[in-house]
Write a protein that binds this ligand. Sequence first.
Ligand SMILES: [Zn+2]
Length: 320
Amino acid sequence: MNSLANNPDELSRRRFLASAGILTAGIILSPWEVLAQGGSPVTTIIAEAAKSPITIQKLKTGFNVLEGSGGNILVFNGPEGKMMVDAGIDVSKAKIKQALASISPKHVEHLISTHWHFDHASGNNWVHETGANIISQAITKKHLSQSVRVVDWNYTFPPAPAGALPTTLFEKDYAMNMNGETLRLQHYGPAHTDCDIFVHFENADVIHVADTFWNGYYPFIDYSTGGSIKGMLKAAIANVNRVSASTIVVPGHGPVGNKAQLIEFRDMLAAITHNVETLKKQGKSLAETVAAKPTKAFDAKWNNFVIKSDLFTYLVYRGV
Ligand SMILES: [Zn+2]
């Protein structure tokens, strides 16, 4: 495997898996275990989306969230048409189309991509084909245009089709009006990836914070495209500072939430970062740090989804 020798990240991950004994997988395979066996959670997540129904949750007049195809999709509807924030996974196309039609007959005029990941942007192409203009931070387009290997998913994404690429790009901030709303889009800087943005509908006070917030779950952090735990923490702090007690907060993953839950998430990230950093500074190896269970106090609440505590510890360890 020449590619391993040329890829220190992948080599160190596999050495860790072997040294930590995780290569002997349990009966129910977590993505971590799937990875250890040379598979990829991406394949599993796509297969789950293909089976999953799309549920529609109404937040307030004009605002609905679609769940069941990777990341949460926010749909904003009004007399000028629809806007989607993220497009989910392309295997859900028929079901998402049906959900959109059940909200109103209006077309999707704009699609905002919160970042480049497949579980938020692989539906871009078909949404564009229905006539939508795609808006994103500039780096999202760069990643979608190229082949990208995400080491911690053990997966190489091919370049997206031309129609999936955003055509309205911004660096730091973008503002627009639609259906009587004022929208503010802003780049976080490096966080979960290097191209994450929030989309804040300021009058309705609804915000989609992309994958900088996983409500009730340990988050994935994509070091392959510029994410880091320190950046995640910075974004979590920025989210808490931006919202009020009445803001409706749409996370990348997990149920729609509020400021109190953003605070819990920020505090969880801060505490685990501190715990892992302390162990690393004491000279503990990755395997020793995982064995010390630095997430233990938080597992009952957060260890319930794709990113399990051992994998999350590894993701934090990399960045402290
Ligand atoms: Zn993501």
